[in-house]
Design a protein around this ligand. Structure first.
Ligand SMILES: [Zn+2]
Length: 260
């Protein structure tokens, strides 16, 4: 629920509104009784994101002071999911209905923007854009300006063979090593600019979402409830109370008849 709380807070800048929207989406998704918790989380994230994209006021004007909230909702969702949730590109592609390549492009643009904003005006040396180096040779990985291999490397999206190949190039080629180092700076500068939902909001958010989840599960799987709790729920319903009252009245009149 922690990741969901951060995602809600990233898509809706006002915490109370973020909580309401996220809670509603979670309740609706968990009532669908999807096959796994991951499916429920995917469906919830999708719903919160769709609602934020359709609502121009999802980000309050004060929040626009933070570069993160100047990003598009899709970009904010991608960064939270990658940095805090360690989601794969494939999962993001599934949730957003977008291609894996485009997810990488959005992540890269968003990171460049955040890292650039974070370092603008600072005293240190300016942020260097990682490019394919002229020192690289034909055996080096091909550089893409829209979705570079260095980003895939840091997002842990490489297969074992590809990872070994790139590690070898980083060791052998100064150009690849330099590209990797520059990308790392962008990656971590962007990560620092991601606002984290703080306590007491974070605590409230998580508690409320857990409660919503539990209640929905009780409705979807009533047979998994303890016997006492299911009886209590049963007797809370008006129709059940009426049925029990009628049954008792019937038994009393029947007993009287037998005794008479
Ligand atoms: Zn190289």
């Amino acid at each position: 629920m922690g990741l969901l709380a951060h995602l809600g807070g990233a898509l809706w800048s006002e915490p109370i509104r973020a909580l309401h929207v996220t809670q509603e989406a979670l309740a609706a998704a968990s009532l669908l009784d999807l096959s796994s918790e991951d499916d429920t989380l995917n469906r919830t994230v999708r719903a919160v994101y769709e609602r934020a994209s359709r609502t121009p006021t999802s980000v309050h004007s004060v929040a626009l002071n933070q570069p993160f909230f100047r990003l598009f909702p899709e970009e904010r969702l991608i960064l939270i999911a990658l940095h805090l949730g360690k989601w794969s590109y494939h999962r993001l592609s599934h949730v957003l209905g977008d291609s894996v390549e485009h997810i990488q492009e959005l992540a890269w643009n968003a990171r460049l923007f955040l890292a650039g904003s974070a370092l603008k005006g600072s005293q240190g040396r300016p942020l260097m854009h990682p490019t394919g180096s002229t020192q690289c040779i034909a055996a080096c990985p091909e550089w893409s300006t829209t979705h570079p291999w260095t980003q895939r490397y840091l997002d842990r999206e490489l297969g074992h063979k590809e990872e070994l190949f790139l590690q070898e190039r980083i060791l052998k080629c100064d150009g690849c090593k330099d590209s990797m180092q520059r990308c790392r700076e962008i990656y971590y500068a962007a990560e620092k600019s991601i606002p984290m939902l703080q306590d007491p909001w974070m605590d409230d958010f998580s508690k409320n979402l857990r409660q919503t989840w539990k209640q929905s599960q009780t409705l979807v799987h009533p047979w998994e409830m303890p016997f006492r709790q299911s009886l209590q729920m049963y007797f809370r319903k008006t129709e059940a109370k009426l049925a029990v009252t009628l049954l008792v009245l019937f038994l009393i009149s029947w007993t009287w008849k037998l005794l008479a």
